[in-house]
Design a protein around this ligand. Structure first.
Ligand SMILES: [Fe+2]
Length: 269
């Protein structure tokens, strides 16, 4: 499996505190069946600043060397989780190779937990004009997408993609987030499952349990694609192979309502 979203680089953000912890995270990932991890430190979040973004590449190389020495068969790739802001377009023009995932055309975009700012469609349009495909990080944790999944649907219809956290399937963020991720998955609004791992304990990088739960809803083949073929396509900078047509949430509910009277009618006979 490939974990597309993980805060495994030591000492950069609120993820791994040091090299030892990064090694333990990789060990936990290997044990879970993960072979590749894209390291995605937070960028442009709160007061978090890096003197030079090349530190991401340096830490990635350092960790790969350490994992080789420890005989841990997990390869680390460089990426980032980019906080959404009005400056994003300038940032992508200046620092594209550091903002994207493994220097592909894909970029993680993180929204704040409680709102989606009004200019987001224009921003996404401009990002896509620059050749960037935004991947919305864990939309099931954003209250707007939870209560109005139609707004997520609209961004995906523009060409954006979405990644869910494995912990959301395991009720790590509560039952509301759990219900949301299951619903988004069934509406074909989720294209990747990542761990969003932050440490080697409660938030270790693990995917297999979430994939098992997803498989019970969308089938084993499609659930596996969310942690294999789809993230591999990101690393290869190709179009993702598993892309079922997104379903508008209200459309699904409307179809259910249309079906209901006929069903009741048959019962009456
Ligand atoms: Fe994250």
């Amino acid at each position: 499996m490939i974990d597309l979203h993980c805060h495994i680089l030591p000492g950069l953000d609120d993820g791994s505190e040091g090299l030892e912890e990064s090694i333990e995270m990789a060990r936990a990932a290997e044990h879970d069946g993960i072979e590749k991890i894209v390291a995605t430190p937070h960028l442009f979040r709160d007061n978090l600043t890096y003197e030079d973004l090349s530190v991401i590449e340096e830490k990635k190389d350092e960790l790969n060397q350490a994992l080789g020495a420890e005989n841990i068969n997990v390869e680390i790739f460089a990426g980032a989780e980019v906080n959404i802001s009005h400056h994003l377009l300038e940032e992508i023009r200046e620092n594209r190779s550091y903002l994207t995932l493994h220097q592909s055309s894909y970029m993680f975009v993180e929204f704040p937990p409680d709102h989606v700012f009004s200019g987001v469609k224009e921003l996404f349009f401009e990002l896509m004009s620059e050749g960037i495909t935004p991947i919305i990080a864990h939309p099931e944790r954003n209250s707007v997408f939870i209560h109005h999944p139609g707004s997520l649907y609209e961004l995906l219809q523009m060409g954006a993609l979405a990644q869910a956290n494995s912990g959301s399937f395991l009720r790590r963020y509560g039952s509301t987030v759990e219900s949301a991720v299951l619903r988004l998955l069934q509406l074909n609004l989720i294209h990747f499952i990542g761990s969003d791992g932050h440490n080697s304990r409660s938030k270790a990088p693990r995917l297999s349990e979430a994939v098992r739960i997803a498989a019970s809803l969308i089938g084993e083949e499609r659930a596996k694609a969310l942690v294999t073929e789809n993230p591999q396509a990101v690393l290869d900078d190709q179009q993702i192979p598993d892309y079922p047509e997104p379903i508008h949430p209200e459309e699904k509910e409307r179809k259910l309502r249309v079906k209901l009277p006929g069903f009741l009618g048959r019962n009456k006979k």
